[in-house]
Every structure is written in structure tokens, then in C-alpha cells.
Design a protein around this ligand. Structure first.
Ligand code: SAH
Length: 370
């Protein structure tokens, strides 16, 4: 029945975004430029502008002849268009709501710290993992973001930081895949984006893999695969509780891969890449903040990963609309930290940025209304 409805009433959402320079590796870029009837070296020139000078504005590419510029525009379709920017924390937290070519909404957050500038990016519009404490998880998955949509969030943030959005001109040093979506459920595009982000300019954005963190609910086969990519990025595992009974509800994918399996994959990742694993733990009052859980967490991490290979990041829960859950009281939080540390495991509390503008962990819901 619905097939007879004219398409104009129902714009084709969820369509694959058009091909963009940042989707392509250097060989593919050359081929794409040749297809346009231009000499192959124009691909490098274009990449130098996009990845090196962080611009997608053809008007800024004065070394390219006007005719070539017009044609190369086909490789720079505007994919990530800012709809709204919200600022808090003295201008050091800046949330961008952006719209894809098909109207899909997603968010990124740029954060300035004394020693670094970090962007938190989305890998999917929405998320299919359905964690009950996370705002993004409540709306389900709209679609995967393309490689270029992921890379362009970084390119735009790097440009903003360079232009002084955080005060003085800053170099973007850290990327965290902690915005909307489950990065390892969009594996191929995320790995291509990681290559683009970490390859030196003009091939990529030249950000050190040490500054890049991929955060996952714990998709075990994908963790093992990522370890083999030769990309020594930091892996963060959203554990949130050390026992299967509670984790089955807090992180529903636990019904597929249990705590022990996820931690073992974490150990293999640390062994293969030489990088320390981060364990993310959103502390929720009277839900997962009991002393016995802190003790069990410390013990499991010591046994299964090893104290030198793991760090625990406690995130005070950011309450989301309609949820009765809240952050733990500070004394409970301090006791939790103390107990994890007593097991010999390093543990710190993450500073929560962007709460007032719904830009903190788990608050990204991408509504155009607010
Ligand atoms: N899907 C990935 C990355 C996105 S979320 C993952 O789950 O790891 C990044 C982190 O924010 C995750 O650790 C997630 O569990 C946490 N988070 C989600 N909702 C939160 C909330 N309301 N308060 C605090 N942390 C939250």
C-alpha cells in the first residue's frame, strides 16, 4: 500500500550518504579524481586542503584552477551540516547538533582542557544497544554514519579548535567515540575512519592513535578483530557492573557476551596492542555502587586483565529524562574508588562536562527542538 504514496511526502531517510573524499583511501581518491577526468595529482592537492588545512571550502583552494575546483566539488558533498551549537563550562564545552544529507540528526562535543582538546563523536545516528540509563539508547538506531560523516565531525572540530573556539588556537589532540552509537556495530566504517583520522597528512588528519579512544558495550568478536588492525587506539569497555545478573539489564548485549568473555577480550586487546584498557563504569545510586561490587570489580580486573593493563573510569551517572536513576552520593563514590584501588587497580572519577546542555555522557539524544 505505502509504495503508492508519492515519495515527496516521505523523503528517503536512511539513504546512504553520497560518496565523499574522506570515505576513500589514497588509491581510491586517485581513481575517483581520474574518473572525473582530472589528472591524478589533483587528488593529493584536494586531500592536502581537506586533511592538512582542514577545509572543505572550494573557495579557499586557490592553488586549484577554477574548472578543476568545480569538478572536485563532487567529492566534497556537505554531509555534516551544523544545525545548532550550544556552549557551557566557560566556553570549554561546545555541543554541535548536525544534520546529515537525509535529515538524520547526530551530535558531537568539543571540549577544552588545560593539557588537551578532545572531541566526542558519534558513530551511528541513535543506537541499537538499548542500555536503559542512556538517552541515546532509548530512541533506537536510525542508521550507521558513513566513514566521511565520522571523519568530518573530527575535521570540523579540529578546524574550530584551530580557529580559537576554545580561546587560543588549539590543536585537536584527542578523539573519543563516546557520542551516539556503538562504534563496533558499525565496524567497517569506523575502522576506515580511524585510518583517516590517524594517517599523517595529507593522507589523513595526523592525530596520534594514542589520543583516540573507541568505547564499546563489549562486542567480543569485533574487539578481537580491532586488535588485529594495527591501529593502537585505546579501547574502552562499558562494563558498569562486574556481575552478569545486573549487567544483563544494564547493558543488554551482556545476554550475548558475558562479563568474563568481555574482560578476556579486553586482556587480549591489551596484549596485542600494548595499550592499557579503560573500563567505563557509570555509578548509579543503589544500583551498581555497593562496596561488594567495587571489591568484585577490582578482583576480576586484577585476575582477568592484570593491574598494569587496566584503568577504571567512574562516570557519575548523568540522569536522563524520565529515568528514576541518579548519581551516587560522593561518599559512596569515594569508597568505591578506594576499594577498586585497594585491589591494585588504578581508578579515577571522570569530570562531567556539558551537563547543562545535555552534552554529558549518555545525554546525547539529538532532538532539533531544544
Ligand atoms: N556505545 C558505546 C559508546 C557510547 S557511550 C559504549 O557504550 O561504550 C559512552 C559512555 O557513556 C559509555 O560508557 C556509556 O555507558 C556511558 N553512558 C551512557 N549513558 C550514561 C549516563 N546517563 N551517565 C553516564 N554515563 C553514561
Amino acid at each position: 500500500m505505502s509504495t503508492s504514496l508519492p515519495l515527496v511526502f516521505d523523503a528517503p531517510k536512511r539513504a546512504t550518504p553520497p560518496r565523499h573524499l574522506a570515505d576513500l583511501d589514497p588509491a581510491e581518491r586517485k581513481a575517483a579524481v581520474t574518473e572525473l577526468g582530472l589528472p591524478g595529482f589533483r587528488a593529493d592537492q584536494l586531500a592536502r586542503h581537506y586533511f592538512g588545512r582542514l577545509t572543505a571550502d572550494l573557495g579557499e583552494m586557490s592553488d586549484l584552477p577554477a574548472a578543476a575546483r568545480a569538478q572536485l566539488g563532487a567529492l566534497l558533498p556537505p554531509l555534516v551540516r551544523t544545525v545548532k551549537e550550544q556552549v557551557c563550562d566557560d566556553g570549554q564545552t561546545r555541543k554541535t547538533l548536525w544534520k546529515g544529507h537525509d535529515g538524520t540528526l547526530a551530535e558531537s562535543v568539543l571540549m577544552g582542557y588545560p593539557d588537551r582538546a578532545t572531541v566526542c563523536i558519534s558513530s551511528q545516528a541513535g543506537c541499537g544497544m538499548a542500555c536503559p540509563f542512556c538517552a541515546t539508547g532509548q530512541g533506537g538506531l536510525q542508521r550507521n554514519l558513513s566513514t566521511a560523516e565520522i571523519v568530518d565531525q573530527v575535521r570540523q572540530a579540529a578546524r574550530k579548535a584551530q580557529e580559537g573556539a576554545l580561546g587560543e588556537p588549539r590543536r585537536l589532540s584527542n578523539i573519543v567515540f563516546m557520542g551516539m552509537g556503538e562504534p563496533l556495530a558499525n565496524y567497517k566504517r569506523v575502522v576506515a575512519a580511524l585510518r583517516r583520522i590517524t594517517e599523517p597528512a595529507p593522507s589523513g588528519l595526523g592525530i596520534s592513535p594514542r589520543g583516540v579512544t573507541v568505547s564499546t558495550v563489549g562486542l567480543v568478536p569485533a574487539i578481537d578483530k580491532l586488535a588485529q588492525e594495527g591501529l593502537p587506539v585505546t579501547l574502552a569497555i562499558s562494563l558498569h557492573t562486574p556481575d552478569d545478573e545486573l549487567r544483563d539489564t544494564l547493558v543488554p548485549v551482556n545476554n550475548r557476551w558475558k562479563v568474563a568473555e568481555v574482560l578476556d577480550a579486553g586482556r587480549r586487546y591489551a596484549q596485542t596492542t600494548g595499550r592499557r584498557i579503560s573500563i567505563e563504569y557509570a555509578l548509579i545510586r543503589d544500583v551498581n555502587d555497593q562496596p561488594w561490587r567495587a571489591d568484585l570489580l577490582g578482583k576480576l580486573l586484577r585476575q582477568r586483565i592484570g593491574t598494569k593493563r587496566v584503568h577504571v573510569n567512574l562516570i557519575p551517572l548523568n540522569p536522563t529524562p524520565g529515568s528514576e536513576w541518579d548519581a551516587s552520593p560522593k561518599p559512596v563514590e569515594r569508597e568505591f574508588v578506594r576499594r577498586v584501588q585497594a585491589a591494585g587497580v588504578s581508578c579515577t572519577v571522570r569530570d562531567t562536562r556539558g551537563q547543562e546542555i545535555d552534552a554529558a555522557c549518555g545525554q546525547l539524544a539529538a532532538t532539533a527542538r531544544t
